[in-house]
Ligand binder design. Structure first.
Ligand code: PNS
Length: 163
């Protein structure tokens, strides 16, 4: 039984994240998407809202589940007996930090990391840029699932009612 964790902030989930989750779900028996509850980082969506969107947009995959976590990712993995993390690599600029985290996670708890090359369609995509574009009224269709686009529009209208 091959189980892996796809970790992230997912604030909000993008089509790039979904591509990695979907591909992992075809390669492994079980994929646990671990959503970081980061108290020090201000997020646009509360962790339960991020989870709700992830559940909705991954419901076609029978072997994907969504959980939240705080603290060290390796502790989350160890507590569930999951030996491997799967992450997407968009560009060389991702590599230095991702390599450092992979090596640290291995050194801390012998948790392995596998990198998947991001689909070039999404290599320029990040949750931060999606929020910025949507914040200025730009069209994020094609970058995020429709449900996420609609939730972004609603949320931005609440936080920036002058727009
Ligand atoms: O989507 P993100 O914000 O790039 O995801 C980063 C994440 C959640 C994978 C990373 O910050 C993480 O693993 N945080 C948990 C705390 C931890 O384990 N830190 C040590 C990393 S070596």
């Amino acid at each position: 039984m091959h189980r892996v964790v796809c970790p992230g902030s997912f604030d909000p989930v993008t089509n790039g994240h979904l591509d990695i989750i979907g591909r992992a779900s075809r390669l492994y028996d079980e994929v646990v998407v671990a959503v970081l509850m980061n108290v020090s980082k201000k997020s646009l969506f509360a962790v339960d809202e991020r989870i709700d969107m992830l559940r909705e947009v991954t419901k076609q995959y029978g072997n994907v589940s969504i959980e939240k976590f705080h603290g060290l990712l390796v502790d989350f993995c160890k507590a569930r007996g999951i030996p491997m993390i799967v992450k997407g690599l968009r560009a060389v600029s991702d590599f230095d930090y991702e390599l450092q985290m992979a090596q640290m996670n291995h050194s801390l708890a012998e948790i392995e990391t596998t990198f998947m090359a991001t689909n070039p369609l999404y290599s320029f995509l990040s949750s931060s840029l999606v929020k910025e574009i949507a914040g200025y009224g730009g069209d994020v269709s094609g970058l995020v699932p429709e449900l996420v686009r609609d939730r972004l529009t609603e949320r931005l209208a609440e936080v920036r009612p002058d727009r």
